[in-house]
Ligand binder design. Structure first.
Ligand SMILES: [Zn+2]
Length: 237
């Protein structure tokens, strides 16, 4: 029984390490979401700069086209004889000049926006890169923790076989069946007075007496094997 309790201690430690190993990677998914959000934020800032640069270039080439048009009309003015046509072309030139002036104003506004967007991009890039670095450091720590848990578990698992060899096969089979049925937690539990400490139900006095005398019994309610703490104290293991 004492060896079985040693085995159970080992199995419970292995179980909690397995649970930790399953839990640890979940912390990383939180960081993955954060990392994606940062990348999206950076892409948005870069996109804003590109959009403004494009608008500036388009306005500049539009001005160029209009100025070419104005030059052409200016030369045509000399050839016109009729006053009406002359006035009409003059009006056309004025219109184009106004449009050019508006575009030039727009370009100035875009350039101011672009300067701001570039400054913000530089600033955000610095911040985001620092945050990404921090995330990577955190993820490395998580990986390390996971590795350590796995290593510790494997080390404990290697201690199982020698212990199993020392447990009476029938008892071990019973222990395994209960462990399998319960999925988690102990399969062997101490009596707590006349109560099963596994399910906290009352155990008949006859059974209690026999357990105290060293006989093997399972709790009638939860099926766990019962033992007497006096005979197998925790500090004895
Ligand atoms: Zn019970």
């Amino acid at each position: 029984m004492n060896t079985l309790l040693l085995l159970q201690d080992l199995d419970l430690k292995i179980e909690s390490l397995r649970a930790r190993e399953a839990e640890i990677p979940k912390q990383k998914s939180k960081f993955d979401i954060h990392r994606k959000r940062l990348a999206a934020e950076l892409a948005e800032r870069e996109e804003m700069c590109k959009r403004l640069q494009l608008e500036q270039r388009e306005a500049e080439s539009d001005i160029e086209v209009k100025q070419g048009q104005i030059k052409k009309y200016d030369t045509q003015l000399f050839a016109i004889k009729k006053n009406e046509e002359y006035q009409a072309l003059l009006h056309e030139i004025e219109m184009l000049k106004k449009q050019v002036a508006l575009k030039e104003e727009r370009i100035i506004a875009v350039m101011v926006d672009l300067d701001n967007a570039k400054a913000r991009l530089t600033e955000d890039k610095k911040r985001i890169e620092a945050e990404q670095k921090e995330i990577e450091a955190q993820c490395a720590l998580i990986d390390q923790e996971l590795n350590e848990a796995a290593q510790e578990r494997r080390q404990l698992e290697s201690q199982r076989q020698p212990l199993i060899g020392q447990v009476e096969p029938g008892l071990f089979a019973r222990y395994q069946r209960i462990r399998f049925a319960k999925k988690t937690g102990p399969a062997v539990v101490p009596l707590n007075g006349e109560v099963c400490s596994g399910c906290h139900m009352h155990v008949p006095p006859q059974i209690v007496n026999e357990v105290l005398a060293g006989k093997l019994h399972a709790c009638a309610h939860c099926g766990r094997l019962l033992y007497d703490r006096e005979n197998f104290p925790d500090n004895g293991r």
